[in-house]
Design a protein around this ligand. Structure first.
Ligand SMILES: [Zn+2]
Length: 173
């Protein structure tokens, strides 16, 4: 962001609350680009001891991850994660457990991860968002070195399965 979204003046960097931040150069405006992290919900979608991994549209061919999405205004994360599973996979899910919160600094996001079970594996993917999906056995799925991969690692560990994180770019699963 180079210009103020309110008045169009250039942004300048200024120390504010112990950090250098982009601030509008027009003193009467006062806009500060705080750049606070954005919450994102993520689902480990599970059916019959398999988890559903998805490749989002625009991702390289070997990248697969969890179902993720943003919250709508007025929505709680528990509602958002079930809505995202329904929208992206066409499956109605049941919230099984909260797994934890994970950083995704690279995208300035805070990931809130849940275990969601689905009654069927008959995925009907959202064409606009999902390029591909696959069901991977809990016995073989390998968690990856990104925020959502750490959620998967912790979920497996809670089931007594200890697995190391593998590089996300290696096409782990
Ligand atoms: Zn301004």
């Amino acid at each position: 962001m180079k210009y103020c979204p309110y008045c169009g003046s250039p942004l300048v960097r200024m120390m504010l609350n112990d950090r250098e931040r982009p601030v509008c150069s027009e003193p009467k405006c006062g806009f500060v680009h705080w750049n606070n992290p954005i919450p994102v919900v993520a689902a480990i979608v599970e059916h019959a001891d398999r988890v559903c991994l998805v490749r989002n549209v625009g991702w390289p061919a070997h990248w697969y991850g969890l179902v993720t999405g943003f919250l709508e205004s007025g929505e709680m994360p528990e509602e958002a994660v079930l809505r995202e599973v329904e929208e992206e996979l066409g499956l109605s899910g049941t919230l099984e457990s909260y797994i934890g919160m994970y950083e995704f600094y690279r995208s300035n996001q805070l990931i809130i991860a849940y275990h969601v079970s689905v009654a069927s594996d008959a995925v009907s993917p959202c064409q606009q968002e999902i390029a591909d999906y696959k069901w991977v056995s809990v016995d073989s799925v390998r968690p990856w070195s990104a925020g959502t991969g750490k959620a998967l690692r912790d979920w497996l560990a809670a089931r007594g399965i200890e697995r190391e994180l593998v590089d996300f770019n290696d096409g782990a699963n």
